[in-house]
Design a protein around this ligand. Structure first.
Ligand code: SF4
Length: 429
């Protein structure tokens, strides 16, 4: 068992533009502190809370941003007793928000799990997690849990080896069922046929952590932060700045406001959005309201909320090459289109970096970035195509420079791949 003393993550924490709702502690919260802060409130009327969650417009914080109330209604109306999975397997190397929540606020997450179980009627739940410190933290919290309704839920901590694909929901279903933590084809989707063949709600742990907030604030209070499209706050892992930051921010804030607040100055060339998944945006990202609709409209996404800033001296082609080589390495090798496609796209970006690519290579990259979309069993191939498509769309001048073996920000003779923006954590995560 890893020591709970080593809970620290190499990030600074804080809130920008909002009173924090989730990032309210500096060290691991005890059950007594959680109770003293109003946690584990009695739930007399799950139906009423479900209405409040729907009215609050809570969306999933794992990447897909699906409305959680709709998911709960679907799961509880399935043909057999539902199962609940709290997904804390944060495979995104550029994100630490879920690890932080599980290490520092396990009771908040468990409170959300309890409320979700009451609203869906689930009596069996799993905490699905790879970070050993997070797993230990949750196991300790489970021994402390005092709230009513606890005895009606059977909760198990399911540990899994960390990989990029292990957090995908069908991989979670397979792993909990005793198989490999690898994605499988859909349909059926887990809400139809999931763990043990039962309808299964899989929710990111940050999503669950917002449920006690809705219970405390009500729908209107919850909507006091955020936008009509994306309500409330979200946790942003911000990298590419001097110190990696874990921030709680309201949806709708701009990246410029955030960077000013954390004291980051200098020109911004663009940003890598949604961890490694949602591609690159040019400097226009600075003043966009950060909500799901706006960022999707700009051709990218917020995903898990991680944003990596590219400063003026960072070449986006090098960043794209680094991330694509990660996908080529980390894909699960199950689908030919992904296994071959990620390798091929990574090879073109590598060749651009070394000044060896041709215009025909770039045309091939352009074609692959559209025809390969949606062809994998999980979202990994889509993440790779997002990187390829956006670097071509957002940074045409830099692509051109690389075709001509010159780049205004890369050292001669050519360019090096930039290391992906991983936040290295203790405890093997
Ligand atoms: S799309 Fe890629 S990562 Fe996903 S299952 Fe297929 S091969 Fe594995």
């Amino acid at each position: 068992m890893s020591t709970l003393a080593s809970r620290a993550l190499p990030v600074r924490t804080g809130a920008v533009g909002v009173e924090p709702r989730l990032l309210t502690v500096d060290e691991r919260e005890s059950v007594d502190d959680y109770l003293a802060g109003g946690g584990y409130r009695p739930l007399r009327n799950p139906e009423r809370l479900l209405e409040q969650v729907a009215a609050a417009g809570v969306r999933g914080r794992g990447g897909a941003a699906f409305p959680i109330a709709r998911k709960m209604v679907t799961v509880r109306s399935g043909s057999s007793a539902p199962v609940l999975v709290a997904n804390g397997e944060e495979g995104e190397p550029a994100s630490v928000k879920d690890k932080w929540l599980l290490r520092f606020r396990p009771h908040l997450v468990l409170d959300g799990l309890r409320l979700a179980a009451a609203m869906t009627g689930a009596q069996q739940a799993y905490m699905y997690v790879s970070d050993p410190v997070s797993a230990d933290s949750v196991e300790q919290a489970l021994t402390e849990f005092p709230a009513e309704g606890w005895n009606e839920i059977d909760i198990a901590v399911h540990r899994v080896a960390p990989t990029y694909v292990a957090g995908e929901e069908t991989a979670a279903v397979r792993s909990i069922g005793g198989g490999p933590a690898l994605p499988q084809d859909k349909p059926p989707r887990p809400f139809e046929v999931g763990v043990h063949g039962r309808p299964t709600q899989i929710s990111n742990v940050e999503t669950l952590a917002h449920l006690p907030v809705v219970q405390r604030l009500g729908a209107d209070g919850y909507r006091a932060a955020g936008t009509a499209d994306s309500s409330g706050t979200f946790l942003m892992t911000l990298t590419g700045v001097e110190h990696p930051q874990l921030l709680e921010v309201p949806f709708g804030i701009s990246l410029r406001e955030i960077l000013v607040a954390v004291g980051h100055s200098g020109d911004l060339r663009g940003a890598l959005m949604g961890g490694y998944f949602a591609g690159l945006l040019s400097g226009r990202v600075l003043d966009l309201p950060l909500d799901h609709g706006t960022i999707a409209g700009a051709g990218s996404g917020l995903g898990c909320g991680a944003v990596a800033v590219l400063d003026a001296g960072t070449c986006p082609v090098g960043v794209a090459a680094g991330v694509l080589s990660y996908f080529a390495r980390e894909n699960a090798g199950q689908c030919g289109s992904c296994f071959n496609g990620t390798a091929a796209m990574a090879a073109v970006l590598d060749a651009l970096c070394t000044g060896e690519a041709t215009g025909a290579d770039v045309q091939r990259l352009q074609r692959w970035s559209t025809v390969l979309r949606g062809r994998g069993a999980c979202g990994t191939l889509d993440g790779a195509t997002n990187i390829a498509a956006t670097v071509l769309r957002e940074f045409p001048a830099e692509i051109e420079e690389h075709l001509e073996s010159r780049c205004s920000s890369c050292p001669p003779p050519a360019v090096r791949r930039r290391p992906p923006y991983a936040v290295l954590t203790e405890g093997g995560a």
